[in-house]
Write a protein that binds this ligand. Structure first.
Ligand code: NAG
Length: 280
């Protein structure tokens, strides 16, 4: 569908965004940060096989019914508490992935009219108590530390839902997602953009990283009421700061416009690191 200009404007305003824009190239600082978070997210597929040496593992997050796996980590050198979720690894997770029913976001009543991916909502509620008590304990012990949430694929949507929930309690939560499926409806997307100041790359704290023609950001279909949020950081190969673009506006552009559908080569590899391979 071609969106006419007034309609595109109305959509952008509704999602709390400036009009769509694409800028090629990011600073080395931002790029290195994206690579660091991608490293942790991809290592989460293999029990955190290879993560930066400055990071301490605090505790594992796990639920047997949903097979959600994650960790609370701490980087004392950076004064940061990190929550990471693993992506899909088996049939139990696949059942969550394919449940596109939009579920009312009941655990976050201040997100008015919000609904999120039904499968990932089940994933979230299965670990909510663990996540919240671990974060509370760490934040209580290290009150000056920043709070960062990250993950790839299913782990990306889990990270987004978790970050939205934590941002109701903690200030300045930052979110980095890699190959994130569409996670919620328009009200949820607007809430995310507002809370993570995604109206401009200068203030933004929701980095939605995509790669090449990764087909997962095209799912679930927009026609089913799903809308992306955050500022998209689109990496194309050969990867590097100069080939990473900043895409604002929540339009179908950058990664989604490449037309990929579902899990493909571009989905499993970010910045040269394949999920769980740990050969970096
Ligand atoms: C799909 O998600 C909804 C909302 O979370 C849930 O009520 C429903 O039971 C799920 N369906 C399956 C088959 O798990």
């Amino acid at each position: 569908m071609k969106i006419s200009a007034p309609r595109a404007l109305a959509l952008s305003v509704a999602v709390g965004h400036a009009l769509a824009a694409v800028t090629q190239g990011v600073s080395d600082n931002i790029y290195n940060r994206l690579v660091e978070m991608a490293t942790i997210s991809q290592a989460a597929y293999a029990d955190l096989c290879k993560i930066p040496a400055t990071i301490t593992t605090v505790e594992k997050i796990y639920n047997a019914q949903t097979d959600i796996n994650g960790w609370v980590l701490r980087d004392d050198s950076r004064q940061e508490i990190i929550v990471v979720f693993r992506g899909t690894a088996g049939d139990t997770n696949l059942q969550l992935d394919t449940n596109y029913t939009l579920a009312p976001f009941d655990t976050l009543p201040k997100c008015i009219g919000c609904a999120v991916h039904g499968g990932y909502y089940l994933g979230w509620t299965s670990v909510q108590d663990q996540v919240e008590s671990l974060v509370q304990q760490q934040a209580g012990q290290y009150p000056e530390y920043a709070l960062t949430v990250t993950g790839h694929s299913l782990g990306a949507s889990m990270a987004a839902i978790t970050a939205s929930q934590l941002s109701a309690t903690y200030e300045h939560v930052t979110l980095y997602t890699f190959g994130e499926p569409r996670t919620g409806n328009l009200a949820y997307a607007s809430y995310m953009n507002e809370n993570f100041e995604a109206t401009s790359p200068e203030t933004n704290r929701f980095f939605r990283v995509t790669h090449g023609n990764d087909g997962i950001p095209n799912l679930p279909p927009a026609e089913q009421g799903y809308v992306h949020s955050g500022v998209e950081y689109w990496s194309v190969d050969p990867y590097g700061p100069g080939s990473t673009s900043i895409c604002t506006g929540n339009e179908i552009q950058c990664c989604e416009a490449q037309g990929g559908q579902g899990v493909n080569d571009a989905h499993v590899t970010y910045f040269g690191m394949a999920s769980g391979a740990c050969s970096w």
